[in-house]
Write a protein that binds this ligand. Structure first.
Ligand code: PLP
Length: 389
């Protein structure tokens, strides 16, 4: 299985956002792309086989999401996350970001306050602002190595009358997998202050070995009733281009409003290939995924050790995702200079931390979901650029 993740595939000229936009974004073809969140690994063989079989049929008409597809999700959540849901709780969407847009429109009003825990995935800001809702920041506490939730601040913010919180668990970009204790505290506050929880758990399958992801809705019926959980096989199995995701809520009223919003905006169902891939991945992808999680953990450890041994950069403590959050304060540069340095001196294309909020200005986000050979190339480029600075 490990060998599966060692092969270097040429992704250029495949209409890859990550590889075919390098010149446009980083102004030079020789920049190594380690940015947007997809992987340089092939999807599991079982997924490719199912897609090929489906393509051999050659007809791609409107597609039903039947009980067998829904059942694959129900089973997946039960065996991977110890979360027992009913298939009627599911809604389908081309993407988690799409669902966030729908949920904000369906369940909040213009002017409502929505909490995000910053630094955080850029579209969370866009989703709130696009619909004229107000961002309330609950900035995560950084101790120079790791991130924690500032619960005193969270409570202060909720007291001011907040409609919803968009949770990111596991958290992009800081890599934390929130613990049961942390989730229970969020849950308790949400109940007390009557806050809707929009929980983006798209990275939930990608915890490091021995680290368990806990869906916040699995904590209790009460919490499930005020939560929409958004998940997908897209990050997990590298299927982002197939645009298949789903939302789970046990609350009939909330689900009805969400589904109505999808209908109003013209969305229905999943595309034929997304439907097929989702089912194949969830039914036959477990072994592949556990192999991947080992690899990602070893990559994380490698990047942390190399960068911290050979430079003064700090790699934030992480427990999941394949996104590594690098503290570049020691470079003594501003946000623009850091980005320029990585692009032009190191020749690596990372995401600039400033994109995740002002708290991220001294950081860069590196995607480590690539073969070891590519990873080592990227890490060595950074080390030698810093050491010849
Ligand atoms: C936290 C988070 N949510 C959502 C997405 C994107 O999801 P989708 O492509 O399903 O809209 C990403 C992709 O990087 C992400 O990191």
């Amino acid at each position: 299985m490990v060998e599966y993740f060692e092969t270097v595939h040429n992704r250029k000229n495949t209409r890859s956002v990550k590889w075919d936009m390098v010149k446009d974004l980083f102004h030079s073809e020789d920049v190594l792309p380690m940015w947007v969140a997809d992987m340089d690994f092939k999807a599991p063989d079982a997924v490719n086989k199912a897609l090929i079989e489906r393509a051999e049929h050659g007809i791609y008409g409107y597609t039903i999401i039947d009980e067998s597809v829904k059942g694959s999700i129900v089973n997946w959540l039960s065996k991977r996350h110890d979360w027992n849901i009913h298939s009627e709780w599911l809604s389908f969407s081309p993407g988690v970001v799409t669902t966030l847009h729908m949920a904000v429109q369906a369940l909040t009003n213009p002017g409502d306050k929505i909490v995000i825990q910053t630094p955080v995935y850029t579209p969370f800001y866009n989703v709130i602002e696009a619909h004229n809702r107000n961002i309330v920041k609950n900035t995560l506490h950084y101790n120079g190595n790791s991130y924690e939730i500032d619960f005193l601040d969270l409570e202060e913010k909720l007291k001011q009358g907040v409609k919803a919180i968009i949770l990111c668990n596991p958290h992009n970009p800081v890599g934390r997998v929130w613990t049961r204790d942390e989730l229970e505290k969020i849950a308790k506050l949400s109940l007390h202050y009557d806050v809707l929880i929009l929980s983006d758990e798209i990275h939930g399958d990608l915890t490091f070995p021995n680290k368990q992801h806990i869906p916040i809705a699995s904590l209790s019926e009460e919490i499930a009733n005020r939560t929409i959980t958004m998940m997908a096989p897209s990050k997990t199995f590298n299927l982002a281009g197939l645009q298949a995701s789903y939302a789970v809520t046990s609350n009939n009223e909330i689900r009805k409003k969400l589904d109505e919003q999808f209908t109003i905006q013209g969305f229905h169902g999943l595309n034929t290939m997304g439907n097929t891939a989702l089912e194949a991945a969830y039914n036959n992808g477990e072994e592949w995924l556990d192999g991947l999680r080992e690899i990602l953990y070893s990559h994380y450890q490698y990047v942390k050790k190399e960068l911290e041994t050979h430079t003064d950069l700090v790699v934030a403590h992480a427990e999941g995702t394949y996104l590594v959050w690098i503290d570049c304060s020691s470079l003594n540069m501003n946000a623009k200079e850091i980005q320029k340095f990585f692009n032009e001196q190191a020749k690596v294309g990372l995401n600039a931390g400033a994109g995740y909020g002002e708290e991220g200005e001294k950081f860069m986000r590196m995607n480590i979901a690539c073969p070891r050979e590519t990873l080592e190339d990227g890490v060595n480029r950074i080390i030698s650029a810093i050491n010849t600075k």
